[in-house]
Design a protein around this ligand. Structure first.
Ligand code: GLP
Length: 250
């Protein structure tokens, strides 16, 4: 389940290949997308390979994991803005099939129910990409979130706000709440790929490696998924027992 690659570029190349294989197998596939700096090389490589190989992405439906409450789609730190910049505006995605929660929606609860339902109606996510927070969150499911959770509103922990403040001018500007896909929604995906790169993910990846499946470490839930991969670069894998990791063939 744990695979170590030499660097983030090698992971990007591998994951881009998996995404393209998924699209070629099912041109109306449903992709679960993530944001964050970890995904940037993946989306850059995907854009490059889709163009080179002339892959048709126009049949795809996408659901993003999360969005900040209070940020509109034109705010540069909103996840809708990120997705437009890194993927949606660069390939021929059909706009109305690219779903993200709306950070300005007046009725968040109703929106949450609708979001989980839309994923179910789309036949569930075929391939879900995940990053990981330093406290083990996936999406914005913070430690202690129920494994039975559906899309919900979350107060962000101080740690997550501090971690994400690097993208904002100051900590005060980081929203205090977000909408996230729930852990049960994520687990209903047919395949899950969690990616972690860089030294600042080394500690949490060692914890994830050793942890039993526990709500105190939300990412650990994917250890009970039948088709999940955890891909690390050498820096993120530095505290894992080397002999127990599969070294990726690249
Ligand atoms: C945010 C997102 C997560 C993401 C995490 C790690 O909190 N909600 O989905 O996995 O950041 O981001 P990065 O890849 O920038 O380390």
């Amino acid at each position: 389940m744990f695979y170590v690659f030499p660097n983030p570029q090698a992971i990007a190349e591998y994951v881009s290949g998996l995404l393209i294989a998924q699209i070629q197998k099912k041109n109306n596939a449903v992709l679960g997308l993530a944001t964050g700096s970890t995904m940037e090389p993946v989306y850059a490589k995907l854009c490059e390979q889709v163009a080179q190989q002339n892959v048709d992405v126009s049949g795809l439906t996408t659901f993003n994991l999360d969005e900040y409450i209070g940020l509109g789609s034109d705010h540069p730190q909103s996840y809708r803005y990120y997705m437009r910049q890194h993927l949606f505006n660069r390939l021929a995605f059909v706009q109305h099939r690219t779903f993200l929660p709306d950070g300005l929606c007046a009725d968040s609860l109703q929106q949450c129910e609708q979001y989980s339902r839309q994923i179910q109606q789309a036949g569930h996510i075929d391939l879900q990409l995940l990053g990981i927070g330093n406290n083990g969150h996936i999406g914005f499911n913070e430690p202690g979130t129920s494994f039975a959770s559906r899309t919900h509103v979350v107060p962000l922990t101080e740690q997550t706000r501090i971690d994400n403040s690097r993208f904002f001018d100051s900590l005060d500007e980081v929203p205090t709440q977000a909408i996230t896909l729930g852990l049960q929604d994520i687990m209903e995906s047919k395949q899950i790929i969690l990616i972690a790169t860089g030294t600042n993910k080394a500690q949490i990846m060692a914890e994830l490696y050793e942890s039993p499946v526990s709500e105190q470490l939300p990412a650990s839930v994917i250890k009970s998924h039948p088709n999940a991969l955890v891909l690390l670069d050498e820096l993120a894998a530095q505290f894992l027992p080397a002999d127990l990791c599969n070294v990726a063939v690249v």
